[in-house]
Ligand binder design. Structure first.
Ligand code: UDP
Length: 240
């Protein structure tokens, strides 16, 4: 690269639920501060980081649909929720002295740039964090799928899936089954055949079709984002 310090570009998917801290709803500034500190450290180290944040701490379209709302409209509410997470992260990154840009799939010029892929890449090359908000801008999709799509479009080396309260992919739910075993590595086809909840199917098949590796890891363990970008053995690696 131009600077010679480039160490690799990664798309980091942050769990929206994690942003809520213990509360389940809304944004816990302590959690966002921690995330920003961890991201700032790897950016200073020369990694290029783009971020997609979930919105489960505000609205999930499917849940609102169950309560009688129109699915598409509730999905739009879900997408708008992700933007609040993006702005919170941007604020704390700024406090860490790291420049960032939010780009949203639904245009809202006062708070964010529109999604412009080539511009996003340019920001990354300049050492800015790019935070993609409002998902794909389309109902019936997820932020997992958005993360996979954005990772592909900006040519990230891998999709780093930060999870809240689980350190990888298990053969059973580790929260309810003490005998559950974590996988070090999995093939996409295993994830699909065994219905392992790494991400939704649309996201998994998109990664599979384009051979984009996915690392599933615990987001809130200190130093884990750095371990993930450095390729240290944490979590579960999903590839061919
Ligand atoms: N969403 C959407 N299209 C997208 C991305 C997100 O409709 O491209 C909506 C959907 O309703 C989803 C919500 O935004 O439930 C929050 O996104 P997220 O993927 O985080 O849902 P979660 O994984 O938290 O259920």
């Amino acid at each position: 690269t131009a600077t010679g310090t480039h160490k690799g570009r990664y798309l980091l998917k942050l769990s929206g639920e994690a942003f809520a801290g213990g509360g389940g709803l809304g944004v816990d500034p302590d959690v966002v501060h921690t995330m920003a500190r961890e991201i700032a450290a790897v950016v200073r180290d020369g990694y290029e980081i783009a971020v997609v944040i979930g919105g489960g701490n505000f609205f999930r379209g499917a849940q609102l649909q169950q309560r009688g709302m129109d699915r598409a409209r509730s999905d739009y509410m879900g997408m708008l929720g992700t933007v609040m997470n993006c702005l919170a992260l941007q604020d704390f990154l700024e406090k860490e002295g790291i420049q960032s840009r939010v780009q949203t799939a639904i245009t809202m010029g006062q708070v964010a740039e529109p999604y412009i892929p080539l511009r996003a890449v340019r920001h990354l090359e300049k050492g800015r964090v790019v935070i993609f908000g409002a998902g794909m801008g389309m109902p019936y999709f997820s932020t997992d799928t958005t993360a996979a799509q954005r990772a592909l479009e900006i040519h990230a080396e891998a999709l780093l899936m930060g999870k809240n309260g689980v350190d990888g992919v298990y053969d059973a739910d580790p929260r309810s089954n003490p005998d559950a075993v974590m996988f070090d590595a999995l093939e996409y086809s295993d994830v699909i055949a065994r219905d392992l909840r790494v991400a939704d199917l649309t996201a998994i098949t998109l990664c599979q079709d384009n051979k984009l590796p996915i690392l599933v890891f615990e987001l809130l363990a200190e130093g884990n984002i750095a371990r993930a970008v450095k390729g240290e053995k944490i979590g579960t690696l999903v590839n061919d």
